[in-house]
Design a protein around this ligand. Structure first.
Ligand SMILES: [Fe+2]
Ligand SMILES: [Fe+2]
Length: 171
């Protein structure tokens, strides 16, 4: 195996967190979809696909590195959202948590002097900067729109926030 046992375990946890985030974003997308807010729904459906792609990137890496893929139980998603702002706040919190988890993986790879994994993880470090920035923008936009959530729909339609990322993510 090319990676340490500690990193193998941590990556398996990460796979669970990425799949968990994917399901969480499906829940949020469905909330907006049910409320006839197609841009917000599309935004979160896209994020859900992206998180699934992140999980799969880790799966493929573990296999390549000779580790064992052991996907942990995925907790039930949060539902019963109070407002669009509530959704964006939760999403930003998750992204902040995920960033800490990615940093922790990198910390293990550095401690292991595992340069191959450091190279692999670098992509995720950069990706998290983008994810945090996108979610911060979304939260700010929702707060500015106040009662008029249609302003957020319009903003998303004009800027297609995060759409390029999802496009690039498929590559
Ligand atoms: Fe992710
Ligand atoms: Fe994310």
């Amino acid at each position: 195996m090319l990676i340490s046992k500690e990193l193998e375990n941590a990556i398996n946890q990460q796979i669970g967190a990425e799949f968990g985030a994917s399901l969480q974003y499906v829940s949020i997308a469905a909330y907006f979809d049910a409320d006839d807010l197609p841009q917000l729904a599309a935004f979160f459906y896209r994020q859900a696909e992206e998180e699934k792609m992140h999980a799969m990137k880790f799966v493929h890496y573990l296999v390549e590195a000779g580790g064992e893929v052991r996907i942990p139980a995925i907790p039930e998603t949060t539902h019963g959202f109070e407002s669009p702002e509530h959704c964006a706040r939760l999403a930003l919190e998750w992204e902040t948590e995920v960033t800490a988890m990615i940093n922790n993986l990198m910390g293990i790879a550095i401690q292991d002097k595992d340069y191959i994994s450091q190279d692999f993880l670098r992509w995720f470090v950069t990706e998290q900067l983008e994810e945090i920035s996108i979610m911060s923008t979304l939260l700010k936009t929702i707060q500015r729109a106040g009662e008029n959530i249609l302003l957020v729909e319009e903003f998303l339609a004009r800027t297609s926030l995060g759409a390029e990322t999802a496009g690039a993510a498929g590559k």
